[in-house]
Design a protein around this ligand. Structure first.
Ligand code: NAD
Length: 259
């Protein structure tokens, strides 16, 4: 393992050492990432101390399908919010790159992410091994006819002065290709994530509060299948006691963990 550096306290260094041992012994690692892996790329999480929802509880409604469909004014605000998403200009950080290293070592079984920013693939992770369970802001879809396409041209229409651009096929309400509250996850994505978790040596959870279901269900499934659990997250999660939890900055410790 790399030098622990001066920034971590003794209990965190001990947890990191333990987690490194667990990961080094694993042949197959299944990963679940959340918003915390992208905060060092300048994209705030939702529930952390500087989270989008922590600072502006109203922002949660932009991701609620019922509010979104019922309220045209909210949609106008949601389109503006989408345009200002820091993900459009963000670049991957050392945390994303560390998972590319893990893949190169041949041990990565699947990388399930709750993130919608596309940064794992931008870092070089194999798209075949990445499952974006909550979708992507880089795509758009119609809530009426099911049309799907690139987000870029839709955003161009917003920039050109249409504050809530309708579907060009059927006139329906457009949204990003992300999974809103009240919408279903793609069952194929969920099955891939659950299958990988159920049959793995290590379940590695990074930058997620493990509060969003059904995807957090990967953890109990992995434990039931006999996997060891490693969590890297600044704040405690409900599953810390079931495995090794490293409470430290992701982009600092993840490269050491997978080395
Ligand atoms: P969350 O906001 O619930 O939890 C993020 C966790 O990461 C927090 O517990 C926080 O303490 C931790 N964290 C933040 N920065 C960290 C860092 N640098 N080092 C270590 N820990 C750090 O996020 P979630 O569990 O992913 O669930 C939120 C939902 O929000 C997801 O469904 C996701 O789709 C969406 N979301 C995505 C993005 C994105 O695409 N980047 C950003 C915000 C929210």
């Amino acid at each position: 393992m790399h030098d622990d550096g001066p920034t971590l306290d003794a209990p965190t260094r001990a947890a990191l050492e333990l987690a490194h041992g667990v990961l080094s012994a694993a042949r197959r690692v299944t990963v679940l990432t959340g918003a915390g892996i992208s905060t060092d790329s300048g994209i705030p999480d939702f529930r952390g101390p500087n989270g989008v929802w922590t600072r502006d509880p109203d922002a949660e409604k932009y991701s609620s399908i019922d509010h979104y469909l019922a309220d045209p004014e909210l949609r106008v605000r949601a389109w503006r919010f989408r345009m200002e998403n820091p993900a459009w200009t963000a670049v991957p950080n050392d945390g994303h790159h560390a998972l590319v290293e893990l893949e190169r070592s041949g041990r990565l079984q699947l990388l399930a992410t709750q993130n919608i920013d596309g940064l794992h693939v931008a870092a070089g992770s194999d798209p075949e091994l990445v499952v974006e369970v909550h979708g992507t802001i880089r795509g758009a879809k119609c809530t009426s006819c099911g049309w799907r396409g690139e987000m870029g041209p839709v955003m161009d229409r917003v920039r050109a002065g249409d504050p809530d651009p309708p579907c060009l096929v059927c006139g329906g309400v457009l949204k990003s290709a992300t999974v809103f509250f009240g919408e279903h996850l793609d069952p194929i994505d969920v099955e891939r994530a659950f299958d990988a978790a159920s049959d793995t040596d290590v379940m590695l959870c990074i930058g997620t509060s493990l509060a969003v279901y059904p995807i957090a269900q990967m953890v109990p499934l992995a434990l039931r299948g006999g996997a060891r659990l490693v969590i890297v997250n600044a704040e405690p999660t409900p599953y810390d006691e079931a495995g090794v939890a490293v409470h430290a900055p992701i982009s600092e410790v993840l490269p050491r963990l997978v080395s």
